[in-house]
Design a protein. Structure first.
Length: 527
């Protein structure tokens, strides 16, 4: 009766049971208290639930859970938070999703379930289980805050953050969260402990940058999020020309604080210097800022900046790599007059970048991607594997290795590699999820494939490829109605979508894989 939305009748029945059995089990109090809660009689409910807590197994989280949402509904938020803390003490991986999956709240009325969820969320119970900490020191570098008067200096603070992440990520004894995930917190008030829980790390670095024409002031602090203790902090007040030394110093101090030792090869890679030309470095940072905006106009601006950086320092490896990326993006955006020429130019520039710095994981990853897209599968896999060996924390490199394996007809190997990418980048772009979805699909794991493709759609609902891959997954898994719906979205996003043209761009090694893919799209109504 209580779960069916008839609390008055439930109350009478439980009271009768208690009268018939004066030494009643403790859980009678839970049912009675919950029934009173549904009626809005919170003080009676809390008294009964607190009595249940006193009699229940002290290791049980359930009494604290019920009290948490009851306290919250009664306007006693602090007590609700204490109860959630007790739940997490007994069940560290407790989450709203976990309790929903276990059908802990089997109310008939969905509004009653939503009411409980909303109260638990307000009281601080996480939506999903926390990620397990890696077996090595783990860190997230939050975007350094731009404290300059000029908001246009944002690229400089973002670039400093990027450089620190890049330096740390080359160390095999560290676990470093990718830029994509840490930058989701940019411009938001955040609690370090919450960031650490979201991303599954122990340490968090935060800082700020203030830049003028002739001075830079940088502050940084490393926090152990499990204790809240500050392990290291420093303020640098320097000439802009000293930015490279400051970056190196921050990276070294972080590793000292986390007691991480470097091998000889890692030392060479971490301290590898791209350029000593400050103006060229600034242009590369601005080019990166434009590339991250992901549109045709910003891509053109990034190309111009990369070319200017090369003119200032013709030996600057990173500038050639960025220029390569802009040509590749022209193809992906559909803005290239000759996709074949653009890919060839991208390949040439990437190889030039590697000739200048063969230790660049990003350049090897880019080259591997280009080889894969031009159906040179063995070379693509070799370059992608080289990238993850050089930078064991590069989420993008793992995703591209998964892509290379998938197109080469090795989806079973692709799945764990792409999952590794997502662990390093817990808030990945949609492309990572639809890559994972296709790898699952070609291993026959339909449920997992559809779940991954739907996550891609949730993140980027106007992404053409997210809708294409979801259409394939739905259709190949027998969910034809959903396949037709996502196929309609493909036509909405690109009214000129052509199966013939699309099939030519799919770089599967095995023709049978391409045929299955295109057949699924055709069956969903695309032409």
């Amino acid at each position: 009766f209580m779960y069916s939305g008839r609390p008055e009748e439930a109350i009478e029945l439980v009271k009768k049971a208690m009268r018939l059995s004066p030494y009643y089990p403790a859980w009678y109090l839970a049912v009675l208290g919950n029934a009173y809660r549904l009626k809005g009689q919170y003080e009676e409910a809390i008294t009964l639930l607190e009595s249940w807590r006193a009699r229940a197994n002290p290791r049980s989280a359930l009494p604290h859970l019920l009290l948490a949402f009851t306290y919250e509904e009664a306007g006693r938020g602090e007590e609700a938070q204490v109860s959630v803390a007790e739940v997490l003490k007994r069940k560290p991986k407790a989450s709203i999703a976990g309790y929903l999956k276990a059908n802990t709240f089997p109310y008939k009325d969905p509004a009653d379930i939503e009411r409980v969820i909303d109260s638990l969320r307000k009281a601080g119970l996480p939506d999903k289980p926390p990620l397990s900490l890696p077996d090595k020191p783990s860190i997230a570098v939050l975007p350094f805050v731009n404290m300059s008067d000029d908001p246009k200096q944002e690229y400089f603070s973002d670039g400093l953050t990027d450089q620190i992440i890049n330096g740390l990520s080359k160390v095999s004894n560290l676990f470093v969260i990718a830029r994509n995930s840490t930058f989701t917190y940019k411009g938001k008030p955040v609690k370090v402990q919450k960031v650490a829980e979201d991303l599954g790390v122990k340490y968090v670095l935060e800082g700020s940058v203030q830049k003028t024409a002739d001075r830079i002031r940088i502050t940084a602090q490393l926090i152990d999020a499990t204790t809240g203790h500050h392990l290291w902090s420093e303020r640098y007040d320097r000439d802009p020309e000293d930015i490279f030394a400051v970056q190196d110093d921050i990276t070294m101090e972080i590793m000292k604080a986390m007691q991480v030792k470097l091998s000889g090869g890692e030392q060479a890679r971490v301290w590898a210097r791209g350029t000593e030309n400050l103006e060229a470095y600034m242009k590369v940072l601005q080019a990166l800022e434009n590339i991250y905006q992901i549109n045709i106009e910003s891509n053109a601006r990034a190309r111009q900046l990369a070319e200017e950086a090369i003119a200032l320092d013709p030996e600057y490896s990173s500038a050639y790599l960025l220029l390569s990326i802009t040509h590749m993006m022209d193809v992906l955006y559909g803005s290239s007059k000759s996709p074949r020429d653009s890919m060839a130019r991208s390949m040439e520039l990437t190889q030039k970048s590697l000739a200048l710095d063969d230790s660049s994981a990003d350049a090897h990853s880019q080259l591997g991607f280009l080889y894969t897209m031009t159906r040179q599968h063995d070379k693509g896999i070799a370059e992608a594997e080289r990238a993850v060996a050089l930078n064991p924390n590069n989420a993008n490199a793992y995703n591209r290795l998964g892509l290379a394996l998938r197109f080469a007809g090795r989806p079973e190997e692709a799945v764990p590699v792409i999952r590794k990418s997502i662990r390093l980048n817990p808030f990945p772009p949609g492309a990572t999820y639809y890559n994972l979805g296709m790898a699952y699909l070609y291993t026959g794991q339909c449920e997992e494939s559809i779940a991954a493709c739907e996550k891609a759609l949730q993140r980027e609902n106007d992404n053409l490829f997210a809708h294409v891959t979801a259409t394939v997954a739905y259709n190949m898994c027998g969910r034809e109605e959903e396949a037709r719906a996502t196929a309609a979205d493909v036509s909405r996003i690109n009214p000129k979508f052509s199966l013939e043209y699309f099939a030519k761009r799919l770089p599967y090694k095995n023709q049978a894989d391409t045929d299955r893919y295109i057949a699924a799209l055709r069956k969903a109504g695309l032409k």
